[in-house]
Design a protein around this ligand. Structure first.
Ligand SMILES: Nc1ncnc2c1ncn2[C@@H]1O[C@H](COP(=O)(O)OP(=O)(O)O)[C@@H](O)[C@H]1O
Ligand SMILES: [Mg+2]
Length: 282
């Protein structure tokens, strides 16, 4: 757990280092994503082992797309390619029609919010320090940062007093709310979430699922969310992309996957996640 937190923080740290502004920062992101993120035949191997086979995928604007599949099938690698943290061995990532490259990755990345399991918060900063870190780094006015913080605590329903606490003194659900606030701070049009609710107890998870879905639709964000839970994929996904061993097996609506499985694996994957419990009356 401890190692996990530090790994995640190190990852966020690496992202943060790349945010240093070349010129004074602006409050409003410069890019509006008209339509999509496009993965154009991207692939990635590590030491000869395929993590992602050549894959093409379009992410619809202002909709929620879900990447789902068993552990190790390449979900996080695809997400990190969109963020420019993983360089594909072949193919291109296009963001709003612009191919991600060394010279534009920092600018494009400022339009992307990234949420990872358990928030990935810096343990040595308060929740408020975590949320405002990037804004302060980019030289935003303190008044703007404070107002934005208040707006976001209302949005994610975090008690304002929690901002003064350190991550270890917050509940898992609160840490995730803080992680979401941090991702939303600069109002990016695109949100990437990697198993954002994976570390939560079932009740908190259910509560946050509902709240997150409402937030996504209220803010009209383009969302790409990773999960290995079919119920969660069904809850969030306007579009569900099922992966196996680095390849897309099928993509479509839940209905498509249920009624027109592309191959027996789709049915097996869904069946493997069936509940063993009888329906519990509300
Ligand atoms: N930095 C890395 N070095 C070596 N192998 C990696 C690295 N990142 C991912 N992999 C491997 O790539 C495959 C896909 O990983 P990942 O995208 O994290 O899967 P998922 O998120 O679906 O669980 C796995 O076999 C994983 O071990
Ligand atoms: Mg993963």
């Amino acid at each position: 757990m401890r190692c996990d937190v530090f790994c995640q923080c190190a990852r966020y740290s690496a992202i943060l280092r790349t945010f240093r502004p070349a010129r004074p920062a602006r409050i409003v992101p410069t890019i509006k994503f008209k339509s999509l993120v496009t993965l154009d035949s991207v692939s990635k191997a590590y030491g000869g082992q395929v993590a992602v086979a050549p894959t093409s995928l379009g992410i619809e604007a202002q909709r929620t797309s879900v990447l789902i599949g068993p552990s190790g099938c390449g979900k996080s690698t695809l997400l990190r390619m969109v963020l420019g943290l993983v360089q594909p061995d072949s193919g291109r990532v296009l963001i709003d029609g612009e191919a991600l490259a060394a010279e534009n990755v920092l600018r494009l990345r400022r339009n992307i919010g990234y949420v990872i399991q358990d928030g990935g918060l810096f343990p040595h900063l308060t929740a408020g320090g975590n949320v405002t870190l990037l804004a302060r780094y980019l030289g935003r006015e303190p008044a703007w940062t404070g107002a934005r913080c208040t707006e976001l605590t209302d949005l994610v329903r975090l008690p304002a007093a929690a901002l003064a606490r350190y991550p270890q003194d917050l509940s898992g659900g609160q840490r995730q709310r803080v992680g979401l606030m941090r991702a939303l701070m600069l109002d990016p049009p695109l949100l990437l979430l990697d198993e954002p609710l994976g570390a939560l107890d079932p009740i908190t998870r259910l509560e946050l699922q509902d709240e997150l879905k409402a937030i996504f639709s209220r803010l009209h964000k383009t969302v790409l969310l990773v999960t290995h839970d079919m119920n969660e994929a069904a809850h969030f996904g306007d579009r569900i992309v099922l992966l196996r061993a680095g390849s897309i097996v099928q993509q479509g609506t839940l209905q498509d996957l249920l009624t027109r499985p592309a191959e027996p694996y789709v049915r097996e994957f869904i069946r493997a996640q069936r509940s063993v419990l009888p329906e519990v009356p509300a």
